[in-house]
Design a protein around this ligand. Structure first.
Ligand SMILES: Nc1ncnc2c1ncn2[C@@H]1O[C@H](COP(=O)(O)OP(=O)(O)O)[C@@H](O)[C@H]1O
Ligand SMILES: [Mg+2]
Length: 270
């Protein structure tokens, strides 16, 4: 599904946001991407969205080689992606129904199909009764569920979310991640950047940890980290990751790549 080969991204001002990143994400995987602010998470997503091009290396998504995507291919490429942002990015003067329908109208879907699909998506995200509300009449969690429904409007193979729970209270956050998990179980590949480390810990999914533009850990949780009982030995590199604003610790066990990251938290989320 996704292949990064030796990807380096240097911005024009000389900042190297990603350095020699190689990784593979298979279809139907669910992956969390975590790391401190400035680690390169958004740059990683921007490369996937074809908003930025790598300085070196290649990015392939499905059948698309992003370095050599033609102008004509770009809309077809983007159509297979669903994107969810931290700040929802709903259109304020459209109601919920039209926010979702809009994503289908721009690709020329028929109104009958749009009606069926929007009804289905509103039920999926639990908001059929809010179809004719405006975004500013909804809570943050509800707005983000609308944004997820919109991201799914054209039935994407891949859903990318950049800090989707960043503006949402903890209890709703878990429901949102549960929603992403259900989507994933139905066959959609999900890539979620998050700072909500206890959420990451709650789910037994692949975790990619970025630090200073490099992948410092990539793997699943150790069982001890999931139950939270045992404090892992923490490597110096991981401790720097743990120095992030929220208190957590990561243990990158370098036994055999891919590294297994163990995450445990010292603070309760709620
Ligand atoms: N457009 C840009 N121009 C220059 N530097 C940038 C740009 N975007 C991000 N950066 C820098 O690249 C690094 C990684 O940023 P980013 O990918 O946004 O990290 P994250 O999302 O993990 O916080 C940071 O040092 C950031 O300041
Ligand atoms: Mg970011």
């Amino acid at each position: 599904m996704i292949d990064f080969r030796g990807v380096t991204k240097e911005y024009p001002n000389g900042t190297v946001a990603l350095r020699d990143v190689s990784l593979h994400i298979a279809p139907r995987e669910f992956v969390f991407v975590v790391g401190a602010s400035g680690a390169g998470k958004s740059t990683f997503l921007k490369l996937l969205l074809h908003e930025e091009l790598p300085t070196a290396g290649s990015v392939r998504v499905g059948r698309f080689e992003l370095n050599s995507l033609t102008r004509r291919q770009i809309p077809f490429y983007r159509r297979q992606l669903g994107v969810v942002f931290q700040d929802f990015r709903l259109i304020g003067n459209m109601d919920v129904y039209d926010n979702i329908a809009f994503a289908m109208r721009v690709v020329g879907a028929r109104e009958k199909l749009i009606r069926e699909r929007v009804d289905y998506l509103l039920r999926l995200v639990g908001l059929p009764h809010k179809a004719h509300s405006r975004p500013n009449e909804l809570s943050g969690g509800e707005q983000q569920r609308v944004a997820i429904a919109r991201a799914l409007a054209n039935n994407p193979d891949l859903v990318i979310a950049d800090e989707p729970t960043g503006n949402i209270d903890p209890r709703m956050s878990q429901e949102l991640v549960d929603l992403f998990v259900r989507l994933n179980e139905a066959g959609t590949t999900v890539l979620m950047v998050t700072h909500a480390h206890d959420l990451v810990r709650h789910y037994n999914k692949r975790i990619i940890i970025l630090q200073d533009g490099e992948v410092v850990a990539d793997g699943g949780l150790k069982p001890s980290a999931q139950t939270g009982g045992v404090q892992q030995a923490v490597s110096p590199a991981a401790r720097r990751v743990a120095g992030d604003t929220q208190t957590w610790s990561v243990s990158a066990v370098a036994a055999a790549p891919p590294y297994y990251a163990a995450i445990s938290q010292q603070t309760r989320y709620r």
